[in-house]
Design a protein around this ligand. Structure first.
Ligand code: PLP
Length: 423
């Protein structure tokens, strides 16, 4: 299933979850209930009233403006919360980030041989959007040190095949699936390489506000001096996935050319008019009213969800440290400073069959990293989601997973053979 990265993966996981309804899932990258448990019919109605009283829209029940009706509010929220300089007239409201990907990709890669670069492993939403729009994906070579070097190699290799990289998709903050962050230096060197090769960055930032420790690193869109970053945002992790509202914000100029940026914006909006016509004005009004009430900042609103997620992450890290030395299996994992996921390296091939066996024998469902990958480099890794599972179930789930891995690897539980300490 490696590299298919989309529908088949989701179907497979849904099937496993249906077949084992009592199993503990550490597979799904969903927000925890703390995100939306305070939302009730009264607040929804108040937000919609707030929005329709103040916003210049005549009828929320009608078709609406294709590029959206809360573009100004979203632009303000992005600049307040993420520090990205934006403006409503270059922000298109989309039906989740997934639609933004689906609209941008074919516009950035319109010709045969045009390619979008992705990391390996990468988020299945980008491979899915590329498949849906017949855009070719090229995975960076993760055996080379440094993303800039990986980009240079990819560009060189594609040129020999008469293909051309037009864009690169990145989740710089708390990546899905790895939980990793791109450092400030990496962001800057990638931007320099992108400027050199006229490569557009699709910066996807759903998890940026879920930071549990360490200093905020500016988004690439904030560091962008040449006009190469399209900033993708979503309210799926900051309000609720059900609102299905996201946005794509284009830079002021595209590589210094304002006319080109306007043409790209218009083309994206035109494509949207063919795909979803417009994003539901009702859902936009709901989000718009909430943004108005909070002066276009969701940082305070998000605090309970971020606190719960931090607590879950800590519970998972503590339980990993407890279980794996105890059973002697050489396993290591990263220590994500935010987001929803961490990455576990295990001494066995963890594939679809292992998922089913682990669910059957131990009642825990996890996600093989191979599902996000293009080759065999991720075959011995697992993505663990801590976002939506309460600490007690995380404890039980990690314990069960450690039993499964220990048994499969023939460890008896005596030795202490950790490959490396968590960093
Ligand atoms: C990297 C990434 N981008 C975007 C999204 C959200 O997509 P959407 O806004 O379509 O719900 C997710 C959710 O899982 C994600 O992990």
């Amino acid at each position: 299933m490696a590299g298919t990265g989309n529908v088949s993966v989701m179907n497979f996981l849904n099937e496993v979850a249906e077949n084992y309804p009592a199993a503990i899932s550490l597979a799904a990258g969903r927000p925890g209930k703390q995100l939306f448990e305070s939302i009730d019919a009264e607040s929804v109605s108040r937000w919609m009233t707030t929005f329709s009283r103040q916003a210049p829209v005549s009828n929320l029940w009608q078709y609406g403006r294709t590029a959206g009706i809360i573009h100004e509010l979203i632009a303000r929220q992005i600049s307040r919360d993420d520090g990205v300089p934006t403006a409503g007239d270059r922000t298109v409201v989309t039906t989740g980030c997934q639609e933004a990907l689906t609209l941008c990709l074919p516009q950035l890669c319109p010709e045969m041989g045009d390619v979008v670069l992705v990391r390996n492993p990468t988020y299945i939403g980008i491979t899915g959007a590329a498949a849906a729009t017949a855009v070719e994906v090229h995975a960076l070579d993760n055996t080379i040190v440094g993303i800039e070097a990986q980009i240079e190699k990819a560009i060189e290799q594609l040129a020999t095949e008469k293909r051309r990289a037009r864009a690169i998709y990145l989740v710089p903050d708390f990546d899905n699936p790895t939980g990793e962050v791109l450092s400030l230096e990496e962001r800057k060197t990638i931007l320099t390489a992108c400027a050199r090769h006229h490569l557009v960055v699709l910066e996807d930032n759903p998890y940026g506000m879920y930071r549990y420790e360490g200093d905020i690193i500016p988004p690439m869109a904030k560091l962008d001096e040449v006009g190469c970053v399209i900033y993708l945002s979503t309210y799926s992790k900051t309000i609720a996935p059900a609102v299905r509202i996201g946005a794509a914000t284009l830079p002021e100029t595209l590589f210094g050319n304002r006319t080109m940026r306007i043409a790209l914006f218009d083309a994206i909006v035109e494509r949207k008019s063919f795909v979803t016509v417009n994003t539901s004005p009702l859902c936009q009004a709901m989000v718009g009213g909430l943004l108005m009430e909070r002066d276009c900042s969701l940082r305070d609103w998000l605090r309970p969800a971020v606190d719960a997620c931090r607590r879950n992450r800590d519970a998972m890290l503590a339980q990993l440290a407890k279980c794996f030395p105890a059973n002697g299996v050489p396993v290591c994992w990263n220590h994500p400073k935010g987001g929803f996921f961490l990455c576990l390296d295990v001494p066995l091939r963890f594939d679809a069959q292992a998922v089913t066996e682990c669910a059957t024998q131990e009642g825990v469902i996890v996600m093989p990293m191979a599902f996000f990958s293009f080759d065999a480099t991720q075959d011995h890794r697992i993505r663990l989601a801590f976002s939506a599972t309460e600490p007690e179930r995380i404890h039980a789930g990690i314990m069960a997973l450690s039993r499964f891995i220990g048994r499969r690897c023939g460890f008896t539980g005596q030795a202490h053979m950790r490959l490396q300490s968590p960093s």
